[in-house]
Write a protein that binds this ligand. Structure first.
Ligand code: 3H9
Length: 686
């Protein structure tokens, strides 16, 4: 970490250089305090420019210090020191001024930024609220309504919008340092604006706080931080600066030690570690400048759209003209949908669509860097595609299969140079869902695997390496979820009670609603394949519903009944009758939300532990990312593995032992018992 001071006549330039993101470590806080003192004492200095080296302005407090007791100097004091300095400080922002970084900028007399910069207070995303005056100074600078949006939503705004809000005083074209020095020279000697801490918050309309509370609560669901952040902005608007600062700090410190904050921090670091697995450190990747997708169905079109969003030209290959047209129409529909939702302009959509070439001619792929096959989940069909690709593609082209359930090694049999082949499991809709399971075969070269991770980065996705087994990481756990949900039905719970309990746990949908939405026929198809392999999947009720052609919403009924034109599930007498028949003779018990959630989540953890032991997943945090980004597991619970660890693995084992003794779950596996003894899944990492 370095803080250097240079002098340009009467302007001092304080440069922070604390890679990677200039986070406010204790050493940096100390150095800033010292810089204020040094420059206050220097009579030749009239204005101070605060600028950062590297890719960004100060991106916030150092999140890795949050698990430890706070060390002085505390950030609120650092910011107060800058605000009360004898010389005006000008924050010169590039990259991101986030959290504590923006709070430091709010201590400055002025803020200037390049147009590409973004500014925000993302603390609620880490389960906390700003802790160095963000909730107190921001409403004093930009008004309560805009402050509420920034603080409770946590999303940053671009520099232009920040200027419109009054958060940024000037946009700098060209070199930021030179522009900021010119700005500093302009203001030197002029009367200074009143420090933000001395300003009052403009009055809000009657009912504003009540309305904001309703809106924030509805969006936050069970996350604590957004409402606490709102309370802090409100306090700041209704009381004096010092009391508001005390209130904010108290809330910040309380939340910092909360379970939700620990879970969200765990996810924060897991997401950042995922794209750079240590086992691939130093492995070079292949450049991907062009891509092709085979198959223009829902998955293929979504993958093509994701590739276009990342700027790659795409060839879409289908078997005949009519299929090419359907595939292109699917891709067009995706971009038109994005325009309707206001995500992109019609011009951008047109450009993305124009970058897709549809054809039935594999010959166009002779020079393509990456080909992703996304045809029907049928081994013979997929193999036939790769036979053609083997003959046509460049020997160093990366060939990938998008499959959810088939074994990529079987698909790759017959691929010439199998070291360039790998599995990529996209989640539907592929242009939206963040998760990408990357599945190497034994033959996949490290360079090709590393290229898979690089592709995920290019697509803005979260990559997780998965070993080969039925369902890889995510769908293998999903099978357990569904089996457990049925076990509950046979022992006294109803589909609506199970779904309500899982929503209360924090999932967006319960297991039965989700099956009705996706279609029961897909899982039935997979169970058929499992039986053909000699397995005995457990789904007695689902099998009978499929025999009755109750496939879900699309057939007007599944686990629930639906009236035409209405997606709201209605409890079904027909389903209740099937459950009663299947449950006959089995012990029944009373279930509540907590016991239902335990009977579903803890067996998932047990299966996930087996996945870890078998090295199908390499890290327990990877499993958390799979469930959060592929299946809607609540982020604020940190994923199933973090949830189990935070709750105590010994307790998890005890519940599973009890469920197993009642015939309601598999007993805890050996790995889970070992992890419970150690108190952590880390003992399973080899
Ligand atoms: C806060 O400020 C609270 C205050 O109000 C209270 C004070 C009292 N700390 O994301 P990247 C690491 S809360 C420590 O891949 P990018 C990250 O782990 C904080 N480390 O880069 C990774 O490490 P490694 C509010 C951090 O260019 C490396 O930097 N601020 C922090 O794609 C690169 O990260 C935030 O929440 C941190 N704060 O994106 C901002 N941030 O290389 C969080 C990053 O060893 N950060 N690292 O794997 C971001 O949003 C992005 O990192 C950023 C850069 C946009 C800045």
């Amino acid at each position: 970490m370095t803080v250097t001071i240079a002098r340009e006549n009467a302007i001092a330039v304080v440069t922070v250089d604390n890679p990677p993101v200039n986070a406010l470590s204790q050493a940096l806080r100390q150095a800033l305090v010292e810089a204020v003192a040094e420059l206050d004492a220097d009579a030749a200095v009239k204005v101070v420019v605060l600028i950062c080296a590297g890719r960004t302005f100060i991106a916030g407090a150092d999140v890795s210090e949050f698990g430890k007791p706070p060390q002085p100097p505390h950030l609120p004091d650092v910011v107060a020191g800058i605000e009360s300095a004898k010389k005006p400080w000008v924050a010169a922002v590039h990259g991101s001024a986030l959290g504590g970084g923006l709070e430091v900028a709010l201590g400055c007399a002025y803020r200037v930024a390049v147009a590409s910069a973004s500014l925000g207070l993302p603390e609620v995303k880490l389960g906390i609220i700003p802790g160095a005056g963000g909730t107190v100074r921001l409403p004093r600078l930009i008004g309560a309504a805009a402050a509420v949006e920034l603080v409770t939503g946590g999303s940053p705004v671009g520099a232009k919008k920040a200027q419109a809000l009054g958060l940024v005083d000037a946009l700098i074209d060209g070199d930021l340092r030179a522009g900021a020095i010119a700005f500093a020279n302009e203001i030197a000697g002029k009367p200074l604006p009143q420090p933000i801490s001395g300003r009052a918050v403009a009055a809000v309309e009657a009912g504003f706080w009540e309305g904001a509370e309703k809106a924030v609560a509805a969006k936050a669901k069970r996350e604590a931080a957004p409402l606490r952040a709102l309370a802090s902005v409100r306090k700041a608007s209704e009381t004096d600066f010092a009391s508001a600062m005390a209130f904010e700090r108290e809330t910040f410190l309380a939340l910092r030690g909360s379970e939700q904050a620990a879970a969200l921090r765990h996810v924060f670091f897991a997401e950042r570690a995922a794209p750079r697995p240590p086992e691939l450190a130093g492995v070079t990747t292949r450049d991907l400048r062009s891509a092709a997708v085979i198959g223009g169905g829902t998955m293929g079109a979504g993958i093509a759209a994701a590739l276009r969003d990342a700027g790659l030209p795409v060839v879409l290959v289908e078997r005949d003209d009519a299929a090419v047209e359907r595939g292109l129409a699917n891709i067009r529909a995706i971009f038109e949908g994005s325009v309707k939702r206001g995500r992109i302009t019609p011009e951008v959509a047109a450009q993305r669509i124009a970058g897709v070439t549809g054809s039935d001619d594999y010959g166009l792929l002779a020079d393509t860097d990456l080909v992703i096959e996304a045809v029907f989940e049928d081994l013979a069909v997929k193999r036939a595609v790769f036979e053609k690709l083997s003959a046509i593609c460049r020997p160093d082209a990366v060939l990938a299969t998008n499959t959810s359930y088939l074994d990529p090694s079987l698909i790759s049999e017959g691929v010439a140079r199998p070291e360039r082949f790998l599995g990529l499991h996209f989640f539907s809709p592929a242009h939206v869902m963040k998760l990408l399971e990357i599945v190497p075969t034994e033959a996949t070269a490290p360079e090709v695997l590393a290229t898979g991770f690089a592709l995920a980065r290019q697509l803005g996705k979260i990559p997780v390496r998965a070993g080969i087994c039925d369902g890889f990481i995510g769908n293998r756990i999903l099978k357990v979820t569904r089996a457990q949900a049925e076990r509950l039905l046979l022992s006294g719970a109803t589909p609506s009670a199970v779904d309500a309990a899982m929503r209360a746990f924090g999932l967006p949908m319960g297991p039965f609603e989700a099956q009705d939405l996706g279609g029961l026929d897909i899982a039935a198809f997979q169970r058929k394949a499992a039986r053909a392999r000699g397995e005995t999947p457990f789904a007695p009720v689902a099998e009978r519903l499929c025999a009755m052609e109750r496939f879900g919403q699309k057939t007007g009924g599944g686990w629930y009944d639906y009236v035409p034109g209405d997606r709201a599930p209605k409890p079904s007498e027909a389903v209740a009758a099937v459950i009663a028949e299947e449950a006959a003779g089995r012990p029944q018990q009373a279930w509540n939300e907590a016991s239902i959630a335990d009977a579903i989540i803890l067996p998932m953890v047990n299966e996930a532990t087996r996945i870890l032991e078998e090295r199908v997943a390499l890290r327990s945090a990877d499993i958390d990312l799979v469930k959060i980004h592929g299946y809607g597991f609540p982020r604020w619970r940190g994923g199933p593995m973090h949830y189990a660890e935070a709750r105590g693995l010994a307790g998890v084992v005890a519940v599973l032992d009890r469920l197993a003794s009642e015939g309601l779950a598999e007993p805890p596996c050996g790995g889970l018992r070992r992890a419970a003894e150690a108190g952590s899944f880390s003992v399973l990492a080899k």
